[in-house]
Design a protein around this ligand. Structure first.
Ligand code: SF4
Ligand code: SF4
Ligand code: F3S
Length: 268
């Protein structure tokens, strides 16, 4: 990696909550500092750039011009639907569609970070007032990788960028265009509570005997069997813990439609 030249990266943020960027700041291998100071040249990023207003937009256009065909585009957040193009989510007077087309036109590859960018995510949740949709709906002629999760694991974001730096191509992907290295196995297949599932030992409440003994959370709504992500082995916060280890079922945050797919509690 140290010998790889630093590719330019333009990071676009559309209908999002900044949680994906927050997640990246927790990466420890490489750290965010190492990534943006030594490994890539970050040309544009709403939250991390010093420039603002016209100077920021000028930097994006200059990077496109100077690094045609060479730069990476990272996107977090969904796009508003075509009917909403004129009204929702504009930046510096330009619609998200316009900015995406303009920026991706000369890109080498696109990384859609977070479930909003990969699958529509929170903005797409019922009733989806903006007609939100994933980045891959509009980007069909460039190599694209989805790194979903709400937010995605910091190591998955940094790992995909690091793979591109080392090999100048995207990693091997699954049917949802997710990198197999991080999304190749289900949470359930790598969960340390799996032996309890196999023995039929389930917690039935968050404070019952089964919960105290660390039994399987399936009957509390765990989506681990249908969720593909690396939390069970990589964990969060520098390897400290992950939702199931903290006593909460997996919500399925790296899968399409997870906000509406039953992972959350509903008032009855
Ligand atoms: Fe926020 Fe989750 Fe969307 Fe990322 S995927 S922008 S954390 S809502
Ligand atoms: Fe599977 Fe969830 Fe039970 Fe773990 S807690 S074994 S992921 S159902
Ligand atoms: Fe998301 Fe489930 Fe991991 S909710 S953070 S994929 S344990």
């Amino acid at each position: 990696l140290a010998k790889a030249s630093r590719p330019s990266v333009i990071w676009l943020s559309f209908q999002e909550c900044t949680g994906c960027t927050e997640s990246l700041t927790r990466s420890h291998a490489p750290t965010l500092e190492d990534l943006i100071l030594n490994l890539i040249s970050l040309e544009y990023h709403h939250t991390l750039q010093a420039a603002s207003g016209e100077a920021a937009e000028a930097a994006r256009l200059q990077a496109i011009e100077e690094h045609k065909g060479q730069y990476l585009v990272i996107v977090d957040g969904s796009l508003p639907g075509p009917d909403a193009e004129a009204g929702y989510s504009t930046i510096a007077g330009q619609s998200n569609h316009e900015i995406l087309r303009e920026t991706v036109g000369h890109a080498a590859a696109v990384i859609a970070v977070g479930t909003c960018a990969a699958f529509g995510g929170l903005p797409e949740a019922d009733p989806n007032p903006t007609g939100a949709r994933p980045i891959m709906d509009l980007v069909r002629d460039k190599p694209l990788v989805n790194v979903p999760g709400c937010p995605p694991m910091p190591l998955a974001i940094a790992g995909v960028v690091a793979h591109y730096l080392a090999f100048r191509r995207l990693p091997e992907l699954d049917a949802y265009l997710r990198p197999l290295a991080f999304y190749g196995q289900s949470i359930h297949d790598r969960c340390y509570r799996r032996p309890f599932y196999d023995k039929g030992l389930f917690a039935e409440g968050f404070d019952d005997e089964g919960a105290r003994k660390g039994w399987c959370l399936y009957r509390l709504g765990c989506k681990g069997p249908t969720t593909y992500n690396a939390c069970a082995v990589m964990k969060w916060n520098d390897g400290t813990s992950w939702p199931v280890e903290s006593g909460h079922p997996c919500l399925g945050c790296s899968e399409p439609r997870f906000w509406d797919a039953g992972g959350f509690y509903r008032a009855v």
